[in-house]
Ligand binder design. Structure first.
Ligand code: SF4
Ligand code: SF4
Length: 330
């Protein structure tokens, strides 16, 4: 379902204009994000990319990965952000990490944590630690009930065991080369809490209840797209949630929106302003008017593009804001 068909009253561009912004434009490209595919060992209720164990049909090929590396070499991006599905399930994941590290890039692995318990990935915490890869682990909540409600029974216990293994590999203990960031999502049709207040609460709770530690918390709003959108519709929460996002619009978040310093490459090589636009099949602006592909990446055009927005963008500007890097305002 395209966001343009969502109910709601305000256009994102109109609200931007009210605050003096003539649309969104790119700033310096810093983050090179790659979606390695929709295959995942989980099938979470809030998943905005509709990932799952049956999504073997959408996997980034080696050829597209090589196209991405060629494009990466034409940018000044300092960070390679690997996402999925479970990015580790792409058979080229380890080669790609090594290629990015050899180029001096900071690498983020957006990890669902439970993948680390799959026997063939048992060595992954140590392997990632040796390379200084930052692990950005998703954990909806520090309480079992909230996490299992979104991810299914047993998901919380698996996540805690994965955190123990990451801690044992040196992650989450303040070492900048073993950085462990957790990402939380609300377990319903409400906005993320205040990240600065949640982080100490989470640290205390996970240390007290399980003896595990992490370095930083990112609190994200759920975006009204993908499986979360389907749940909002089925539960009768869609209009209320959209109104909540609109009502919490925070202009302070605009300057830091992640689409401004990010390129997001889909599993098929298509280029997008962010992974939310990727899910909605909204390609980045292209001079030729067709869906831009990473094999044709033009850094000059990309740097000058206007970002394509729609109503789901209110998910990024609500409250303290929400981006891959976390809250955008206090
Ligand atoms: S939310 Fe993350 S872990 Fe859950 S199904 Fe989607 S990609 Fe997999
Ligand atoms: S969804 Fe968020 S990151 Fe994506 S284009 Fe809209 S404002 Fe930017």
């Amino acid at each position: 379902m395209k966001s343009e068909t969502l109910p709601g009253t305000a256009s994102f561009e109109a609200v931007l204009a009210e605050h003096g912004w003539a649309g969104l434009h790119a700033t310096r490209l810093e983050i090179f994000q790659m979606n390695l595919g929709r295959l995942c060992n989980m099938a979470c209720r809030h998943c905005h990319v509709d990932a799952g164990p049956d999504r073997t049909d959408q996997m980034m090929s080696r050829e597209t990965i090589d196209n991405c590396l060629t494009a990466l070499d034409r940018t000044e991006a300092h960070t390679v952000d690997l996402t999925g599905g479970a990015p580790e399930l792409n058979p080229h994941f380890r080669d790609l990490v090594d290629e990015a590290i050899s180029r001096g890039k900071h690498v983020l692995d957006r990890c669902n944590l439970s993948i680390l318990l799959v026997p063939r990935f048992a060595d992954l915490p140590e392997w990632l630690a040796e390379r200084g890869v930052e692990v950005v682990g998703s954990l909806p909540h520090h309480r079992r009930r909230n996490t299992d409600a979104l991810r299914g029974d047993g998901a919380y216990a698996r996540s805690i065991e994965a955190l123990r293994r990451l801690n044992a590999a040196g992650y989450g203990r303040g070492d900048p080369r073993r950085r462990l960031t957790l990402v939380s999502n609300p377990a319903g049709a409400f906005l993320a809490g205040k990240q600065c207040a949640l982080e100490p609460e989470w640290k205390a709770a996970l240390a007290r209840d399980h003896g595990v530690t992490f370095d930083a918390l990112i609190a994200l709003n759920n975006m009204p797209i993908g499986r979360f959108l389907a749940w909002l519709q089925e539960s009768g929460n869609l209009s209320g949630y959209l109104e909540r996002l609109l009502g919490a619009f925070n202009p302070v978040t605009i300057a830091g929106l992640m689409c401004r310093n990010t390129i997001s490459i889909g599993w098929d090589g298509s280029i997008h302003d962010c992974d939310f636009n990727q899910v909605l099949a909204i390609p980045a602006e292209s001079p030729a008017g067709k869906v831009p592909h990473v094999r044709d990446f033009d850094p000059v055009h990309f740097q000058q593009r206007r970002i394509r927005t729609a109503r789901h963008c209110f998910g990024c500007t609500a409250g303290a804001g929400s981006s891959c890097g976390g809250a955008l305002a206090d």
